[in-house]
Design a protein around this ligand. Structure first.
Ligand code: ZN
Length: 324
């Protein structure tokens, strides 16, 4: 849609790209800026060969101006600098504002004034994860495009284009939640394999109940010190989610999960998601929260296993169990 709008000269002077972190806003925004500036554009794509494209890639294009937060906010002086940069000379120019939702109120008002009466040839590209934080009056002056997560196979294909082996690409595609930026980040993360193996070990131990309470507490202590605790917990949750989907769809769950009842897996996924949410949104003591999570996880996963085992073996019990 973006490329077509550009090709048909229907691109508004202000474009707003929204989508979650890692969805490709910056890549699209920069490619669009390059395409707007490129005189040899082909089917909406920048030619990548002309002096304009080359200077853009080298980061010294005279008609491109990028803005991002200084500290946590985009301040009014930064927006004012757009006038100094661009208002003197004519011609095509592009201003890309990253994290436009981090503009202060004053900066937003200042930008609004420019958008209300933009100089000829000046294009704005605004990127925002949380567009609801933008002034409605700014959003209404922009042509808005929403970047949606991609399908797993599309992400896997993008990774394979970057020489990621296909098995790893498929795994990363699932973990990335359809966000290419996240997938690329994981592909370049040298600690990924180690984290994956560790999460799998813990996932296995919890299902089989082979760790003592003392061992669970030392897991909690160890994990609470990890810088990559959240990605670790996401992986842990992924094993149980995959087991759940595998057992539900009668495709193959990993053998060590195929005996675990759906209810235990479901509880495990919820429990891990809640823990991640709590860690991201509150100032909790991570170790205590992990202790609670691990003990509950082991109890839910192994209790379900025992219950279903005894339920299935008990004579006279109906063959279908509503619990399952
Ligand atoms: Zn070009």
């Amino acid at each position: 849609m973006l490329i077509r709008a550009l090709e048909e000269n229907k691109l508004s002077h202000a474009v707003l790209l929204t989508g979650p972190s890692g969805s490709g806003k910056k890549s699209w925004g920069r490619t669009l800026a390059m395409a707007i500036l490129c005189p040899g554009r082909n089917d909406g794509n920048p030619c990548m060969k002309c002096p304009s494209c080359r200077s853009f890639v080298n980061g010294n294009h005279p008609d491109y101006f990028g803005l991002s937060p200084e500290g946590r906010k985009i301040k009014i002086d930064q927006i004012r600098s757009i006038r100094q940069e661009f208002y003197l000379q004519g011609g095509r120019k592009v201003c890309l504002i990253e994290q436009a939702d981090a503009m202060t109120g004053e900066a937003s008002s200042s930008l609004l004034k420019i958008l209300e009466d933009p100089p000829e040839g000046l294009h704005f590209i605004l990127l925002a994860e949380k567009p609801r934080l933008l002034f409605d009056t700014i959003v209404s002056r922009c042509q808005r495009f929403v970047l949606k997560p991609l399908g797993f196979s599309e992400i896997a294909g993008l990774l394979e284009d970057r020489q990621v082996p296909s098995e790893k690409a498929a795994l990363l595609a699932r973990i990335s939640g359809g966000l290419p930026g996240r997938a690329y980040e994981l592909a370049e993360d040298e600690h990924f394999e180690g984290r994956y193996d560790e999460a799998k070990t813990l996932a296995y131990n919890l299902v089989t109940g082979c760790d003592s309470a003392r061992q669970l507490l030392s897991w909690a202590n160890y994990l609470s010190e990890k810088d990559d605790l959240i990605p670790f917990l996401e992986l842990l949750g992924m094993f149980y989610r995959d087991g759940l989907i595998g057992n539900l769809s009668e495709s193959k769950a990993a053998a060590w999960l195929s005996e675990t009842p759906l209810r235990g897996l479901e509880d495990a996924v919820l429990l891990i998601n809640n823990t991640i949410f709590e860690m991201n949104t509150t100032n909790v003591n991570r170790r205590l929260l992990l202790e609670k999570m691990l003990i509950l996880l082991q109890r839910r996963l192994t209790q379900c296993q025992r219950l279903s085992g005894s339920a299935l073996n008990r004579p006279g019990k109906p063959t279908t169990s509503s619990r399952l």
